[in-house]
Structure formats: structure tokens, C-alpha cells
Design a protein around this ligand. Structure first.
Ligand code: NAD
Length: 429
């Protein structure tokens, strides 16, 4: 009997595409084939709507001008304004930003948030820059994008190396040019400026909710479930804390400089306090030091890569020992690794669901800003839980009904929803 999924998996064999846009496109193509997506819709949805490249002059503290390269990619608007973070890092590339923008389109559709997808990035090394230089960089980048962003157009948010302060600067710059305060232009702002309670923790909390559901589906108990988290920033650090609070045993955690492992479980608040004080995990007492690559291959029930792309590849997928892979980061697994994990029977909570808690609460923030009425943290967390649990169960059901792996199911569900909107609106061609 024909098994389209097995044929699809064979296509990925040996393919370890690390270009994030190509890796996204391969998953998109597979889902489109399995859906039998109309060729016209395929042609429209496969590419971004708009790619913007800007050169940003910044007066450095030394008095000289340095010019930085920045991007904003708006992938799709069929379901609403573009939505997505802005990343500051030396290795940001247009292909990476394009992939991240597309992932936002699919992510918003998976959790049924009425936004499209966007993403931005600036090639810079924020660790080498002063607060003043970062503020000037952010304000001039915002000024370059004034015509393209706005509450009804494209709503940026934080991502790697950007945070509440960055969002406050964007909001202020946009508001100065608009001659009135426009707090719905960004999400992830400080609460005092129209941010939402619970937004800071939302991605980590959403990750916890999806892990809870997967753990239940696999008939495990949190207190008997060991977890390894790669990355200890907004997603990994907060995710690990919340899981620790819930009774999960966090046996390993890392940051960019390396990790620590303790089979008896780590005291996560103490680890994060140590990291906060010393800015590294090196020298943390009562735990074994481990490298980031080694950390991923250790024995655990749940592995949560929450740092960056391309961490689980053809090279190490066979050595992954977890039962559940919860992708807190965007794109941590390559297409070739997907096939190996599928054969090994690992339950994958794909990134576009696992880390969708952030955009879900961003949507709540945008709604609250536009209403001018703000919810309590309990209300936000309750709505977040409902959204994540419902999406997890829809995804699990879809994957079982269509006999496809959970990542393919997530893409199929998302593409189907965006295609439905696009078809109903009609293609203005
Ligand atoms: P962050 O900057 O707060 O933290 C990143 C963490 O990963 C840090 O601990 C850093 O030391 C570590 N890290 C960075 N590069 C690494 C590498 N090469 N190897 C090992 N560790 C490394 O960033 P974040 O906001 O937590 O984002 C992490 C990932 O989650 C990214 O892929 C991001 O796109 C994704 N994400 C974030 C959010 C959010 O709301 N913050 C939402 C959805 C997805």
C-alpha cells in the first residue's frame, strides 16, 4: 500500500541543509505536496511578501560613524499584520531572517493568532556596544522602517539579544514620528509602557504547557521526568525555572560557553543566580561541566534545545536519547535529522508550536493595547494555557489522522489555514 509519508521521509535522507530558509522551504514543500496544495497558492506562499534591507549609520561613543546592515522581512499578511521579533547578532543573515519570518507565519497559524509573519535583524555584536550605541542603532533602524511597521502593518517584538528596553526605544521613536503614543507598534514592551503581564515568561511557559501535554500523552509523570535544556536565556532559562517549579527534574542546562549536568537534578534558581552573577556556568559547584554538543547526547526524557538553529543534525541525531524533543528555539533541527528522529520514535514538539507561547501573549498584548484595558497575569496565563493545550491537541490529532510526523502535521495545518485565507481573499495578481 502506498505510504506517502515514508516516501517523503526518504526524500530527506542524507539531506542536512543548514541554510535556514532552505530547511524551512523543504518542510514547506513536503507539507504542500501532502496537502495537494494548489500550484498558484504554492507559488504565492513559498516566498516572502517583502524583504527590506537598510543601512544604519550610528554615531559611536568614539565620535565616528559606523554603518550597520539591517533587515526586516514580511513574509505573509493573509491572516493579519506581520508579526515577529528583531535579532541583534554578528551572524544575522538575510536567509536566516527570511526563514524566521516564514516560521512566524506558520507559527501564528498553528496557534490561530490573527497575524502574518515577519522578522528583523541587525548585523552587530551587541556585547561590544554601549547602551547609548544600542539605543542610537535601534532608533535609526526604526526610523528607516517607519513606512513599513505599525499596529496594522507589522508589529516587531524581542528576539535574541533584544529585550524590553529595545522595544521601548522602538515604541518611542515610532511615537515621536507619529506625534502621539502608539504602544501597539511593538510587543514585549515593559509593562509600564503598555506591555502585558506574563509576556516575559510567555515563551518558556508555553513550552512548559506543551511539554506537560506530551508527558501526559506518553504516560510519564513530571516528577519522574528528566529534562535537559540547551540555552538559559528568555526561553531556556525561564522554561527551566518553570519546569523546576512544576517538579520536573532538570538534569542539564547550558549557555553559549558550555553546560552543566547533574543526574540527581539541578537547583535551577541557584544555577540561574550563579549565571546572572558570574555571566557563565563555568565553575558551578556540585555539577559536572559538559560541552554544548555533549549535553544534547546525554540520557534524558525531555530534551529542550532553546538556544539557536542547527543543533540537531545528521551528525548527532542518532545519538539523541530523549523521548520528547521540545523545540524552544527556532529551527534547532535540520531536515536530515527529522528523518532519523522519526525512525527512532522521538516525540517531537515542533518549534512552530513549542515556542508559540511568546507570539500568543504578544497577540494578547496587542489586543490589550488597542483596548486600553489590561488583564491580570492570571488571566493572561489562563488564556495562554488554553491556546497552547488546544493547539497541541489539534496537532496531535492531525498527525495521527493523517499518519504524518508532528512537524509535517504542524506545517500542513498552518499552510492549510493560510491558504484558506489567501484563497478567500483572492490573489490580487
Ligand atoms: P536569549 O538571547 O535570551 O538566550 C539565548 C541563550 O542561548 C543564551 O543562554 C545563550 O548563551 C545561548 N546560546 C546562544 N548561542 C548558542 C550556541 N551557539 N550554543 C549554545 N548556546 C547558545 O534568546 P531567547 O529569546 O531565549 O531565544 C532563544 C531561541 O528561542 C531563538 O531561537 C529564538 O528565535 C527562539 N524564540 C524566542 C522567543 C522569545 O520570546 N524570546 C520566542 C520564540 C522563539
Amino acid at each position: 500500500m502506498a505510504n506517502p509519508m515514508a516516501d517523503e521521509m526518504r526524500r530527506f535522507k542524507g539531506n542536512d541543509d543548514k541554510n535556514p530558509f532552505e530547511a524551512m522551504s523543504e518542510r514547506f514543500d513536503r507539507a504542500a505536496r501532502l496537502l495537494g496544495l494548489d500550484p498558484d497558492l504554492y507559488a504565492v506562499l513559498r516566498v516572502p511578501s517583502r524583504e527590506i534591507k537598510v543601512y544604519i549609520p550610528v554615531k559611536m561613543d568614539t565620535g565616528h560613524i559606523e554603518v550597520f546592515e539591517g533587515y526586516r522581512v514580511q513574509h505573509n499578511f493573509a491572516r493579519g499584520p506581520a508579526k515577529g521579533g528583531i535579532r541583534y547578532a554578528p551572524d544575522v543573515s538575510l536567509d536566516e531572517v527570511k526563514a524566521l519570518a516564514a516560521w512566524m507565519t506558520w507559527k501564528c497559524a498553528v496557534v490561530n493568532v490573527p497575524f502574518g509573519g515577519g522578522k528583523g535583524g541587525i548585523v552587530c555584536d551587541p556585547r561590544q556596544m554601549s547602551e547609548g550605541e544600542l539605543e542610537r542603532l535601534t532608533r535609526r533602524y526604526t526610523a528607516e522602517l517607519l513606512d513599513f511597521i505599525g499596529p496594522n502593518k507589522d508589529v516587531p517584538a524581542p528576539d535574541m539579544n533584544t529585550g524590553e528596553q529595545t522595544m521601548a526605544w522602538i515604541m518611542d521613536t515610532f511615537s515621536m514620528h507619529s506625534r502621539h503614543t502608539v504602544n501597539a507598534v511593538v510587543t514585549g514592551k515593559p509593562v509600564a509602557l503598555g506591555g502585558s503581564e506574563g509576556r516575559r515568561e510567555a515563551t518558556g511557559r508555553g513550552l512548559l504547557f506543551t511539554i506537560d501535554e506530551a508527558v501526559r500523552a506518553l504516560k510519564l509523570k513530571p516528577s519522574e521526568t528528566s529534562v535537559i535544556v540547551q540555552g538559559s536565556g528568555n526561553v531556556g532559562g525561564i522554561g527551566a525555572s518553570l519546569m523546576h517549579e512544576k517538579g520536573y527534574k532538570i538534569v542539564g542546562i547550558s549557555d553559549i560557553s558550555g553546560g552543566i549536568y547533574s543526574p540527581n537534578g539541578l537547583d535551577v534558581p541557584a544555577v540561574l543566580e550563579f549565571l546572572h552573577t558570574t555571566r557563565s556556568l563555568e565553575g558551578y559547584p556540585n555539577a559536572e561541566p559538559v560541552g554544548n554538543a555533549e549535553l544534547l547526547e546525554l540520557e534524558c526524557d525531555v530534551l529542550a534545545p532553546c538556544a539557536t538553529e542547527n543543533q540537531i543534525t545528521l551528525e548527532n541525531a542518532n545519538k539523541i536519547k530523549c523521548k520528547i524533543l521540545a523545540e524552544g528555539a527556532n529551527g534547532p533541527t535540520t531536515p536530515g535529522a527529522d528523518e532519523i528522529l522519526y525512525e527512532k520514535g522521538v516525540f517531537v514538539i515542533p518549534d512552530i508550536l513549542a515556542n508559540a507561547g511568546g507570539v500568543t501573549v504578544s497577540y494578547f498584548e496587542w489586543v490589550q493595547d488597542r483596548m486600553g484595558y489590561f488583564w491580570s497575569e492570571n488571566e493572561v496565563n489562563k488564556r495562554l494555557r488554553e491556546a497552547m493545550v488546544a493547539s497541541f491537541n489539534e496537532l496531535k490529532g492531525f498527525s495521527e489522522r493523517h499518519k504524518v510526523d508532528t512537524r509535517t502535521a504542524a506545517y500542513m495545518m498552518a499552510i492549510d489555514r493560510v491558504a484558506y485565507h489567501t484563497k478567500m481573499r483572492g490573489i490580487y495578481a
